[in-house]
Design a protein. Sequence first.
Lengths: 738, 127
Amino acid sequence: MAEFGGQMAADSLLTHLLRDAGVAIGGGCLCLAGDCPHCLATVDGVSYVRTCQVTFREGAAVTLHAANGQLPPLESPGERPPVTARTTHCDIVVIGQGPAGRVAATDARSVGAHVVTLDAREGQDVIGVYPGPLVVARTEDGMRHVYPRGEIVVATGASEIQPAVPGNHLRGLVTARAAAELAASGVPLGQVVAVGTPPDGIVCELASGTLVRFEPSSDPTRVGAVVMRDPGGVETRLACDTVSLGLGLTPRDALLRMARGMNVRGVGDVLLPAHVPPCPVEGTVCPCAGVTVADLASVHARGFHELELVKRATLAGTGPCQGAGCVPHIRAFLAAQGAALQPPFTARPVTRQLTIGEVAAGAHHAVTPRTALHEEHVGLGAIMERLGGWWRPWHYGDVDAEYSAVRTGVSICDVSTLGKMQVSGPGALALLEHLYPVPISTLAPGRARYVFLLDERGYVIDDGMVARESDTRFNLTFTSGGATFAEMWVRDWAESLGADVRLMNQTFSLGAINVTGPRAAELLARAGVGAPPAFLHHGQADVAGVPCRIYRLSFTGEVSFELHHAAADSVRLWHALLSLGQDLGIRPHGLKALLKLRLEKGHLIVGQDTDFDSSLRRLGCEWAVRLDKPAFIGRQAVLRTNRLPLDRQLCGFEMDGEQTTSEVVCRTPAEGATIWDGEDLAGVVTSTTWSPTLGKSIMLGWLRLKDGQLPTDVTIDGRTARRVPTPFYDPEGRRARG
Amino acid sequence: MRVVERLNAARIVAIPAAIDAATWPTGALAFRLAPDEVLVTASTPAGVIDDAHAIVERETGFSAVWVDSAQAIDFLERECDWELPRERPAFAQGMVAGLPLKLWFGQDRVLMVVASPCAADLAERLR
């Protein structure tokens, strides 16, 4: 234990290294206050540790960093537990616990304030002040986040100015305060010469005059003498083992300046005016980056006259000490060139080097939600992928069989990820009439309609279904990936219009299973639904004992029933359907098969086949807008853009191929492939697949019009493709209607 | 790992005055998610709400776990940036450990409620 400043403190690692281990630290002028880069070391695999700021611990592996800005060797820190972040809310936070900081904390506590104190010497190194306000400190137990309701008091004191003369890289140089602390800790200093303000409690020789340089001893790395010059220009050489440097103080005010505009107050030495040292004439100014006076002169001669520009041109101030050592000297240098004294660098977080673990403390990756059937999919061997913001089964191992089950028998698909919202109230109909470009009032209770959602510019932002339950109650669906935005869209418009409605987002609450295939109705009959809804109808029924709302739709092109139910019942319903359909050859299908099935039907996917400026006209879906409706979002834009010549359109393409099964690496062009009309780039493919049923490659893609016409034959992937109408499969829709 | 179990509840969206005036089954907890929305840890008949257009639904889309108070506070000090309520009982909601959580602070324990699709993530982050 060492005593300094009236306090008892545990030995720092630096003190131990100097006193007990006899390690040659440095060189450069040690400050023992965390301001200089000269005691940096890699400790237990972590680089840039200020050994003066950490407590000595037996057994720590220490490798001192090389001086003059050389990067420390990259060591693997090994397996480490995650760094935690702890949050504290308080009335007042006091940064620094020197005399002024202790008084500030005591005063605040005396009036009943909840005070948090943070002090680097106690292992709480504040690395930044952020808007909030939020004070972030690094501690030996992890990161600490402190949110003060009231004041931030900065009592970080002042740092001692470093020497900027030749030989300032030598060992044996210490600031005056550091000299006193080292002596008090029992570190032998030998013969001490004091330059400037002498250290407390040390017998030393006082040097007078101007500091000129340090000279090495017989050990070329260690100081052996200091050379001073008197006003008459006469140099005096003073032999020594240690030089104590009391060259003045500069406020340690980076945090104070960083917090400007917040409720912040400085106390104590942090408010001192910065001492400006003499203009350096030779030697290293920034030991972190190895920037010399000659470097400063060079960039100044090339026009870099602002402190911030000098920093960028030389990298001075960008090293571990973040300008604590060099800024006074660069300010002095620039002032000596005739400019006004410039303020220090802009203060920004972070002020200290952090490990990646510390930077990541308290952070989590974004959550990808799972449907209630997640474990069922995994149990069936599904390959799970993040799709539309959810974990979804991509396939269950046999895409062809999954596809075939839909086209020839019966299959089920987990579509719980669809956005689902219930709208109720006297204003529900008027709200939906405003939101959708087709009439909603003509939708009878028990009926459902496929709809697009347009923005004010008439561009598609989502699609889904509107199902009417009663005069004042509707159920809406949205795409999986677009559900969150769609909810905000509906809520914003409901509020803007003052609609008398109740809105409930049920995306997470309801599971949904699509039963599809030519034998889907047969499966439902076995599950107790003898009279399922007709196409584009919906109704309530128990399916295998599970209360469901059944929507008769089709995305696959076959008869389909979407069973919406309480999420808690999903697993029971899933098992029941698989069991009841066993002899029908039922098997679940994943997204890979579904995307193939939907593309055969020419169904677009918003976000994949659409762009940010996809109008219904460009999508070839003008049937989905009724301009005789007096008002809906996007109507004016649709009317205006309809008067412009059509420039491009989403089209269907087919291409003969050689593939016989989807498992063969196909010659079907990839999504994103370019479309060529002769020598002209004509568009891009947005969706593509090999159609087992049609025996050809089919695609959707954007195609530019040329002279007002869409080309018929184009080139994709170096081969001829034909533009064809969609749907590719069952264009009359007979299969979906059953 | 803690088991975060699906909550059997009711969710109601109605005019705020109707929710203000409602009474809930004895022993049930009622979490006011928004002025016009409440989550009740009981099956609630529609009749309790005096709003003809109210949406009253069985709600199984949330999962929950009770955590001992000291452990919960330790977890929240690490994973929650916002200030926790001091009074008991209390309800609060916001992002915790990167998840949208609803918290019920009882005298000796805390109920953590999360949307069921994120329940596995909560269990993982509670470890």
